[in-house]
Design a protein around this ligand. Structure first.
Ligand code: PEP
Length: 249
């Protein structure tokens, strides 16, 4: 089964209203492959979601960077999945390593958040990835498998999940995984899905790479058979994001 290339832009906690409008203008003016070839999803900070959604071209979509693990209520500072549904926000990112590390989100918590978002009809970009220490100790595959299992334990339908392999040592560091390193882990993740979620899930689930992807390194990474796209941080705020989208072809 063909897997449509997926390019996500994670804007993190960056930007003013004016800067956000500028990025959207650049995206709107870009000539990129059609929606049949590449799915583009940008993820502004919460406060800019309605603005971006209202200005962004209709063939690109938006994602929230997080949402609460259960139904909304007395959870100060949180945003609920129901609110995202209310604003017609189709995607959310869960399991980003910055939230795992800085906000102590456990794999089990991430699994619960993925499951709740899906139950509300929101599609999920679910992130997994090892630290440098874990890679150097040879536990990369075990770590990403355990993080994926925590999600698989809570969901039975993978149709609306994109799995993002994001080695922590490559995020925001300028140290990109080599195409061979990315392919190796993506292939292992696909094998894991095959064994634990079934052949169809393994064949159809997009596994995208994130970690210092830029306009210069995206082509070689995109050429790997199990790399189905990217989750881009820093470079998604710059015009080179267009080149990354174009690496779909
Ligand atoms: C990210 O935060 O998801 C990411 C991949 O960041 P960067 O591209 O800046 O490494």
């Amino acid at each position: 089964m063909g897997r449509k290339f997926f390019v996500g832009g994670n804007w993190k906690c960056n930007g003013t209203g004016e800067e956000v409008k500028k990025i959207v203008t650049t995206l709107n003016e870009a000539e990129v492959p059609s929606e049949d070839v590449v799915e583009v999803v940008v993820s502004p900070p919460f406060v800019f979601l309605p603005l971006v959604k209202s200005l962004l071209r209709s063939d690109f979509h938006v994602a929230a960077q997080n949402c609460w693990v259960r139904k909304g209520g007395a959870f100060t500072g949180e945003i609920s999945a129901e609110m995202l549904v209310n604003l017609s926000i189709p995607w959310v990112i869960h399991g980003h390593s910055e939230r795992r590390a800085l906000l102590s989100e456990s794999s089990e918590f991430v699994g619960d958040k993925v499951a709740y978002a899906l139950s509300q009809g929101i599609k999920v970009i679910a992130c997994v990835g090892e630290t440098l220490e874990q890679r150097e100790s040879g536990s990369t595959v075990a770590v990403v498998a355990a993080q994926t299992k925590a999600i698989a334990d809570k969901v039975s339908n993978w149709d609306n999940i994109v799995l993002a392999y994001e080695p922590v040592w490559a995020i925001g560091t300028g140290k990109v995984a080599s195409p061979a390193q990315a392919q190796e882990v993506h292939c292992e993740l696909r094998k894991w899905l095959h064994k634990n979620a079934g052949a169809e899930v393994a064949a159809s689930t997009r596994i995208i790479y994130g970690g210092s992807v830029n306009g210069a390194n995206c082509k070689e990474l995109a050429a790997q058979p199990d790399v189905d796209g990217f989750l881009v941080g820093g470079a998604s705020l710059k015009p080179e994001f267009i080149d990354i989208i174009k690496s779909a072809t």
